[in-house]
Ligand binder design. Structure first.
Ligand SMILES: [Zn+2]
Length: 114
């Protein structure tokens, strides 16, 4: 069925009758809310986003990453934040906060026998 996007006004072919937006881009824009000031300054928005991510618990980060479809999580800000913490924090700190420790992290600082 043809529907009109609530954000950009374009007509689009909707798979479900609950569809309200023509694209992921419009959907994201809609979920960002009606605060158009932020959209004019994407750098500020990004800064806020990163700040909020740094407060997330290990569980929140893993949950956030798991919500991405297919391999899109690789480029997600949650994954970026996870990698940042894996690199910056010690194994003890990571375990304390509930992170899963990847093998490369355990190998850090140890001599690898070939
Ligand atoms: Zn649209």
């Amino acid at each position: 069925m043809k529907k009109k996007c609530e954000i950009c006004g374009n007509e689009f072919e909707a798979v479900r009758d609950t569809a309200r937006f023509c694209s992921d881009k419009c959907k994201k824009q809609a979920y960002r809310g009606s605060n158009s000031e932020l959209e004019e300054e994407p750098r500020v928005e990004e800064g806020i986003k990163k700040k909020d991510l740094s407060k997330l618990s290990a569980e929140d980060l893993y949950n956030g990453i798991s919500t991405y479809k297919e391999d899109k999580w690789i480029d997600s800000p949650e994954h970026e934040e996870l990698m940042r913490r894996l690199k910056e924090l010690s194994i003890e700190e990571l375990e304390e906060q509930g992170f899963k420790i990847p093998n490369w992290k355990r190998m850090e600082g140890k001599e690898i026998e070939i």
